[in-house]
Design a protein around this ligand. Structure first.
Ligand code: ZN
Ligand code: ZN
Length: 589
């Protein structure tokens, strides 16, 4: 799934969507509870208010009623949001005390967590003070400009209404900022200047070809020029900002722990998760050493084996990575694998795949170009009938060495793991299941760690069941792949809580996780601009894996893997720790 490094207020919430309640998981009530009907009505009112307060977030969820609104990031606005959060938190708590069915009780928990996080963001985390990159009007304007949900003229009038407020928006931003980090300041400058072309080029072109009156066109042009001036002056203000002791990008422990609880909603605390990641890394190194030793003669002939086992692994991995497709056949190679994955899942009875919802594989549309590889585009909660696409990137037009290095990374082995993760039975399959238990709340606030964890879990699960014929090359490349999410967790923890230096981080990623320099540099940058998000993949993976082993133990002989998977996915993107209650207690019946 796509990761948004542009941490605007909107995207932050999309990423964050979780909770910090240590609430007990609701006891499963198969019949609707007494309070369900009233709660449904409450949720409708709540979401409408939420969208009014966060119109940009609404727009990216596909709800366009408030496209005209640009909310100014003032102290008064933050106060309004806090009041909103407290008020709705009170009401949701009173519903939770009535009897709700499992799915609604989870919705209640997700809403509470989101509301608590809104308060926490403004009162404790305070990114409005230290992250100047959260102020950027460009992304939303581009989204409305490229949207096809309404005629161009109508969308342009929404943009016009926003344009009138852009100068005031950046003035409010400047007033909010206090001792920003160097990293987020630079990001803000780059991203804001990067969005100037949306106004100077895309918007101008759209206005010219629109059916707006010549008066409206003139006004739009003038307003758009004012917007550009405001953006450029914001960037200049940031460049000239005197900030002799900038805040560190490293989040202090107390805030990190709270953010981990909100974002991940894990059954583990961060120290337990870190210990698990370190243990997994050691386990992977051991397994990789054995496999590399076994594969050495086949790939390295009589060359002497390095004494350093990590060096030996690297050499074997480098050799195996030369087995890759060509730029021209990259798309075909991905497309060919989808039916093979479906056939394997069926043959091994791993999970039911709904044949009426086939995955639509398509060439990556132009507006996504550059995101090579593969990704899933799912319809938003307000566009349920829309297709889900598997976008396959094209490498045509890439320079030879860039394509070569990319193809080594996505070689014949890892390309299969990528398809498992993104498509079958990873993200795509999970999506089909979650759409069968439709909940607007879960699609807005669904648990990212569960979603990513499922995709990461399926990689291992497929191999455990014999996918790839237990080929040692396949396992070795899988272990390298799995080291990525394991390493992400170790990196994030070490950078934020153990003061890890850039030099040590790069050494860790290249030497112990076998990453290329460019990948490692990108990962370091991501660790400096975000906190906690990098732990989500490994956390979800570990929680699901541990849960499966627990259920297996509880059920003994009668354990049914297919049933476990189907039950696990049947409630949507719920934090694993709540599904646990559900799956285990059902098992006792
Ligand atoms: Zn993913
Ligand atoms: Zn090659």
């Amino acid at each position: 799934m796509r990761f948004f490094v542009s941490v605007t207020a909107v995207c932050t919430f999309l990423l964050l969507a979780q909770s910090n309640t240590r609430a007990q998981a609701p006891a499963p009530a198969p019949a609707p509870g007494a309070g369900d009907k009233a709660f449904e009505a409450f949720k409708g009112r709540f979401v409408e208010q939420l969208w009014k307060l966060y119109p940009g977030w609404a727009g990216s969820a596909g709800y366009h009623k408030y496209d005209d609104l640009l909310i100014l990031p003032t102290p008064a606005q933050r106060n309004t949001e806090i009041v909103f959060a407290k008020r709705y938190l009170d009401s949701v708590q009173s519903f939770v005390r009535t009897r709700l069915g499992f799915d609604n009780a989870i919705d209640g928990i997700l809403i509470s967590n989101q509301l608590r996080q809104i308060e926490w963001n403004h009162e404790k985390y305070k990114s409005h003070e230290w992250n100047p990159a959260q102020y950027n009007v460009g992304e939303r304007i581009a989204e409305i400009l490229n949207g096809n949900y309404a005629p161009l003229d109508k969308r342009l009038m929404s943009i016009k209404s926003q344009l009138t407020k852009i100068p005031a928006y950046y003035e409010a931003a400047k007033i909010s900022i206090r001792n920003p980090t160097t990293e987020h300041t630079q990001l803000a400058i780059d991203q804001n200047l990067g969005s100037v072309s949306i106004f100077e080029k895309d918007l101008v072109e759209a206005v010219n070809k629109s059916g707006l009156s010549s008066d409206d066109k003139k006004q739009m042009t003038a307003l758009s020029e004012r917007a550009v001036t405001a953006i450029k002056s914001y960037a200049k203000w940031l460049q000239e900002l005197k900030n002799p002791e900038p805040k560190s990008f490293r989040l202090e422990r107390e805030l990190y722990e709270q953010k981990f609880e909100f974002d991940i909603q894990s059954g583990y605390n961060i120290d337990q998760l870190y210990q698990k990641a370190v243990g997994r890394k050691q386990e992977l190194h051991g397994l990789m050493t054995d496999l590399s030793r076994q594969l050495w003669p086949k790939y390295m002939g009589n060359a002497p084996k390095p004494n350093d086992s990590l060096e030996m692994i690297r050499q074997v991995i480098d050799k195996i990575s030369l087995n890759h497709t060509t730029p021209d056949s990259f798309q075909a190679a991905i497309e060919k694998q989808i039916p093979e994955l479906i056939a394997f899942v069926k043959k091994k009875n791993l999970i039911y795949l709904d044949p009426s919802k086939p995955l639509v594989v398509r060439r990556e549309p132009d507006y996504m170009a550059g995101v090579a590889g593969a990704s899933i585009s799912a319809p938003g909660p307000y566009d349920k009938g829309g297709n889900t696409y598997y976008n396959v990137g094209s490498l045509s037009g890439w320079e030879a060495d860039r394509a070569e290095s990319y193809l080594r990374e996505y070689n014949n082995y890892t390309l299969q793991i990528l398809n498992i993760h993104e498509a079958i039975p990873g993200h795509y399959t999970q999506l089909v299941y979650s759409n069968q238990s439709p909940s607007l709340i879960k699609s807005i606030f669904g648990n990212g760690a569960m979603v990513e964890g499922w995709a990461v879990y399926t990689e291992l699960m497929m191999l455990e069941n014999g996918y790839g014929n237990n080929n040692p090359e396949m396992w070795l490349m899988y272990y390298k792949w799995n080291l990525r999410s394991t390493g992400n967790t170790i990196l994030d923890y070490s950078v934020h809580l153990n003061n890890m230096s850039k030099e040590d981080a790069l050494k860790f990623l290249t030497r112990e996780c076998f990453q290329q320099q460019a990948e490692a540099e990108g990962k370091w940058r991501r660790a400096t601009l975000t906190q906690v998000q990098l732990t989500s993949y490994f956390n979800g993976f570990m929680e699901i894996y541990d849960l499966r082993e627990k259920v297996k133990k509880e059920k003994g002989e009668s354990f049914d893997l297919k049933k476990f998977h189907e039950q696990f996915l049947s409630h949507g993107s719920v934090p694993v720790r709540y599904i646990e209650r559900m799956v285990l207690s059902r098992g006792k019946r």
